[in-house]
Design a protein around this ligand. Sequence first.
Ligand SMILES: NC(=O)c1ccc[n+]([C@@H]2O[C@H](COP(=O)([O-])OP(=O)(O)OC[C@H]3O[C@@H](n4cnc5c(N)ncnc54)[C@H](O)[C@@H]3O)[C@@H](O)[C@H]2O)c1
Length: 357
Amino acid sequence: MAAFRVGFIGTGKDPSKPGRTGYAMAYQHGSGYRALGGKCEMVACADLVQERADAFAAHFGLARTYTDYHEMLAKEHLDIVSICTWPHLHARMVVDCAEAGVPAVHCEKPMARTWGDSRRMAEVCAQAGAKLTFNHQRRFGKPFRKAKGLLDAGEIGKLVKIESGMGNLYDYGSHNFDMCGYFNDQAPCEWVIAQIDYHRESVVFGAHNENSAVALWRYENGVYGYQATGLGDADTRNIMGAYNRLVGTGGVIEIEPAGEGMPMLRVKRQGDAGWQGINCEGEHCHGPGYNERAVANVVHGLEDGTTAELCAENALQATEIIFACWESSRRRGLIELPLDIEDNPLEEMVASGALLG
Ligand SMILES: NC(=O)c1ccc[n+]([C@@H]2O[C@H](COP(=O)([O-])OP(=O)(O)OC[C@H]3O[C@@H](n4cnc5c(N)ncnc54)[C@H](O)[C@@H]3O)[C@@H](O)[C@H]2O)c1
């Protein structure tokens, strides 16, 4: 079988200097395609800045570069496009790829700027028969996989609550909520109640993120989610005291508990005298190798026609909770899902002056 022709939109500038204004995630995607050997041929990239496209093309040996991604889509007959631009650009670019006939689009998280755009990009791809995936690569990390294995083996009884406490609800939270969906077998969410604080401007990759938040939500299968962001101190790392905590009827699992010398993953079953550390073979919450596994998941889905774990449906579940949290803050109440808004409530509240004093 001929190799899948891969193209990139948004290459980034310098992968050796990652930070809040640019991680050059395209290089991570590129490494993923390269790791699949002959299955994928990286042929072209587009970036508004010619030098960035040139550097990326030189790094991965691409034949052509573009500054206009529409031209790339028209000329290159791509099988897969990786979109690695900032969130406000995702929806338009995904829709353009689907309309140009690209069969698979792998887009960076968070999905889009608004809840309406998030739904629409998924709908357009479904109608066009294009496979749309989002790079929630942490699902493929050993701390998370092994935690899910313990859960599925019944080591902590029946799952009651999933807690997480890192970063924010949107930029970082996209991973957190996706992980909750993974732990809870993608059960749909029923309702969300949340409050946020936004007293100083906080913009990440061009998008507002709250300073801190507390959120509680319930899935249709009765499991609760609980997340607190932006709070805590150096000792607790975050106010939850762990990256993730899975609470069951018969025990608790913690991923990256706070404190010196803690294991990356630990479990305490009812009746156990103490915690049992689980060996994650050197992997932590961010890697290594997770982006490569995510890209492999996308390519395998295209190869064998199956739905990739990183599919838009799973991303939509996570994204709906994010926007519902902000909507709960805007309406000052509990939000029943499905979420009946189009916009970005945080953006709207910032613009109207409802939040910044
Ligand atoms: N999965 C993760 O763990 C993870 C980590 C960091 C960032 N991200 C996400 O990745 C996305 C990209 O972030 P980044 O840090 O890689 O960005 P970046 O700033 O490093 O690169 C984005 C590139 O897009 C280019 N660009 C902008 N508009 C364009 C257009 N119209 N056509 C072509 N190119 C255009 C810019 O010139 C820039 O080079 C964001 O959504 C961010 O949230 C994900």
